[in-house]
Design a protein around this ligand. Structure first.
Ligand SMILES: O=C(O)c1ccccc1N[C@@H]1O[C@H](COP(=O)(O)O)[C@@H](O)[C@H]1O
Length: 209
């Protein structure tokens, strides 16, 4: 098994280069103004220049206006859209691009329901639920709620860091892991050592699997 790694919430070109240099499979840019990791379209254009061939650039949105998504898509070379709010399956599909849907996990059966609702997604991202946030909480959740049967790739997020990602990969066996806060020095500012340690842990545990 080889679990992919996405490093999300990048705001500086040097952090994008560092993530790519450490072996990230995907990097994420947050287009959600209330987030401390939010980037403008101009900013994202510059960040995307640091993304080489065979590394995916992902745009994260939370209940966006369609015009805004289209504006981003017209300017930033994104490979995937990540919807982190309450977007309907029809909305997610409407841009004609590959997309993943995030589910904020709170109770049993929710992930199974999302697999059924969001057919056509390139993956389902499972993250922690919090009362006042759409994601990026730095909190993990009960991985026991994740079903073994998965009709599409499952991306595990929420409170991951180099300290727990090996355990997460071993127990959950996700297609990919996604991290933001666990590889930061402060909100939006990544720590190269933490990125490196995180990716090394994933590769180490995948090799022994
Ligand atoms: O990063 C944010 O600020 C954010 C805001 C709104 C929705 C999602 C957000 N981040 C994503 O949440 C998960 C988990 O993050 P963490 O590792 O627990 O900090 C991840 O996909 C982030 O990109």
């Amino acid at each position: 098994m080889s679990t992919r790694v996405k490093i999300c919430g990048l705001t500086r070109p040097e952090d994008v280069s560092a993530a790519v240099g450490c072996g990230a499979d995907a990097v994420g840019f947050v287009f959600f103004e209330p987030s401390p990791r939010s980037v403008t379209v101009d900013h994202a254009v510059a960040l995307a220049r640091e993304v080489p061939a065979f590394v995916s650039a992902v745009g994260l949105f939370v209940n966006p206006q369609p015009d805004f998504v289209n504006e981003v898509l017209s300017r930033v070379p994104l490979d995937l859209l990540q919807f982190h709010g309450d977007e309907s399956p029809e909305f997610c599909r409407s841009f004609g691009r590959r997309w993943i849907k995030a589910v904020r996990v709170r109770e049993e059966g929710q992930i199974e329901q999302a697999f059924s609702d969001y057919k056509g997604a390139s993956g389902l991202l499972v993250d922690a639920w919090a009362p006042d946030k759409f994601g990026g909480t730095g909190q993990s959740f009960n991985w026991g709620l994740i079903p073994a049967r998965r009709p599409m790739p499952l991306i595990l997020a929420g409170g991951l860091s180099s300290a727990n990602v090996a355990d997460a990969v071993t127990r959950v066996k996700p297609w990919a892991v996604d991290v933001s806060g666990g590889v930061e020095r402060s909100k939006g500012i990544k720590d190269i050592q933490k990125i490196s340690d995180f990716i090394k842990e994933v590769h180490r545990v995948c090799k022994t699997d």
